[in-house]
Write a protein that binds this ligand. Sequence first.
Ligand code: FO1
Length: 338
Amino acid sequence: MNVVVFAGGVGGAKLADGMTRSTDDASLTIIVNTADDFELYGLYISPDLDTVMYTLAGIANPETGWGIAGDTFQNFEMLARYGVSPWFRIGDRDMATHLLRTQMLRNGATLAEVTHTLSRRLGVKARILPMTNDRVRTVVDTDEGLYAFQEYFVKLKWQPEVRSLIYEGAEEAEPLPDALRAIETADTIVIAPSNLYLSIDPILAIPGMRDAVMNASAPIIAVTPIIAGEAVKGPAAKLMRELGSEASAAAVAQHYAEFLNGFVLDERDAEFQPRIEAMGIGVLLADTLMRDADDRARLACEVITFADRLRPEKMGGCKLNAPTPAQSPSSQPTHADR
Ligand code: FO1
């Protein structure tokens, strides 16, 4: 079964991780937001691609969701000693990713080729595709002026009030042929519980991407990023209110309504089921909180089975496969490395 997942940061990576245990990795393609990318110290940094890659490789920092588990920050501390007052915490192991990606890009590789090489070397079997190889940057227009994404998100902890979002460069960007083909040939398309404005909309803003989704024959299922009016993580609910929308799961379904076949609603928000069904969208009530690896696999499995119900011709449904053995201690960064 060919599954395509649209994902951004931490929430998207967790569901994608669950998918690797609910369908065989070879038939799993994750299309990832790159509008959070930026340059720092001359290095090209791609946070959402790295969060998905580290999560699927089983080495992501479980507390933050981004960066590498057990990483150290000697480089960060030395930068601080030079009075650089660094604000974007790049760990020493994480730094290797940025060094290699920057070098490969400078040598003419595309972002997709870099991502393929790095993720394969970390043992990731699923296919991780950037939404484009071109430069797209989310610019945040706030009551304090315009901010680059990471300045808004990390430095200012997404506190400024947002007036609008600009996906700079999106009109000129091109989608990857591999991504369009994956959407066209998918049996199931999943919009992960990522931020609708910061992770999913930038992907759909790439010319050709929204049309590909609209014309896809596969059922399209979104998993709610909002539970009881709040985001599981990050500014999604705050942004919905600031951009004039109701901060609710129903409003998320409405946001995707033009192409959505199914919506996975958290059981705490069951009251919205009739309203979403009235949009012509099927609803699955589920516990959408992913607290651990089993939750991720369970939710992914429910999504796959839900898609099966929405598809005219039945397919194999979900077969939970054994959890991938945790990385052997030797390969995991150990405390001794500190
Ligand atoms: N997010 C933070 O809130 N603070 C950080 O210092 C930080 C560092 C960081 C380093 C590498 C990386 O790949 C991600 C990092 N993030 C950090 C998360 C990042 O800003 C967000 O994950 C995305 O851009 C939004 O999903």
